[in-house]
Design a protein around this ligand. Structure first.
Ligand code: NAD
Length: 250
């Protein structure tokens, strides 16, 4: 990657007034959380369980909860990395208005971005909800029930199916978060898409919407993405070491 590209990154960032950062699983790999599509990523180990399968099959629900509790040992101990901290600093300095994230790990908030500025498109893995009545269930309680009963957890109030508060493939997107993301995208003059293969829709529609709305688009991702061809600048680089100098962290 040429030094010219990094200079161009700095120039575009310094000319922008309202930047929206859009992140995917790649921002969290430096915190030890595997992404989906990199070699060794989660996708290569487990095919995702989609929403219809989860609802229809007790076996699939059991498998989903087994995976979830195995993954929680990594998620629960992960700390924000240089990339998260650099973005938090850009938010603090007023350059970045919102962080739209596909991630469910809560590391943007943990790095200091106010929760009101983090738009979680795919939910949050730190609690569960009942699919029938919407009641929140704490994971510690769900885990005790799962392990003691040998069955997938049900709601104590209505006996509905309990599911992690993340959005699975095939599940409806959260309406409020989608509206907030749309609004932030329409207001920005630069979108910085970081650590996403940009293959998952409707999330990947936001960088497209930003471009269609006249905003600039920068993509920072180790590998090629589906949207490199529409970006104003593409950086196939590591995230932490690219973002840190922008905010004088190095
Ligand atoms: P993805 O796995 O499809 O793409 C991640 C991209 O990040 C890859 O193209 C990879 O090359 C790049 N990458 C990884 N580490 C990098 C680094 N250090 N520097 C530069 N690039 C790096 O992820 P996606 O597009 O976010 O889609 C996956 C879906 O899975 C999302 O919807 C998300 O909800 C979910 N997911 C979330 C987490 C999390 O919360 N941390 C982890 C895995 C999956």
């Amino acid at each position: 990657m040429s030094a010219d590209a990094l200079i161009r990154l700095q120039e575009m960032m310094s000319k922008a007034h309202r930047v929206v950062v859009f992140t995917g699983a790649g921002i969290s790999t430096e915190s030890g959380i595997p992404d989906f599509r990199s070699p060794g990523g989660l996708w290569t180990k487990y095919a995702p369980i989609d929403f219809q399968e989860f609802v229809a099959s007790e076996d699939m629900r059991m498998e989903a909860w087994r995976r979830k509790f195995a993954m929680d040992s990594t998620l629960g101990t992960a700390e924000p990395n240089k990339g998260h901290v650099a973005i938090a600093k850009m938010v603090d300095e007023g350059l970045v208005t919102h962080v739209i994230t596909q991630n469910i790990d809560g590391l943007h908030q943990a790095s200091g971005v106010p929760a009101s500025k983090v738009i979680e498109l795919h939910g949050n893995a730190t609690y569960a909800t009942c699919l029938t009545c919407g009641q929140r269930h704490e994971l510690a309680d769900v885990k005790v029930e799962f392990e003691s009963s040998g069955k997938s957890p049900r709601c104590v109030s209505c006996d509905g199916i309990v599911k992690s508060a993340t959005i699975s493939f095939g599940q409806s997107m959260p309406e409020e978060q989608m509206m907030l993301a749309q609004h932030a995208t329409q207001e920005c003059d630069l979108m910085l898409a970081i650590g996403s293969s940009l293959q998952v829709y409707p999330a990947a529609g936001f960088p497209i919407m930003a471009k269609q709305n006249g905003s600039g688009l920068i993509i920072l991702n180790r590998e090629e993405t589906e949207l490199d061809h529409i970006a104003d600048l593409v950086l196939h680089l590591e995230i932490g070491e690219t973002l840190a100098p922008l905010v004088r962290l190095n």
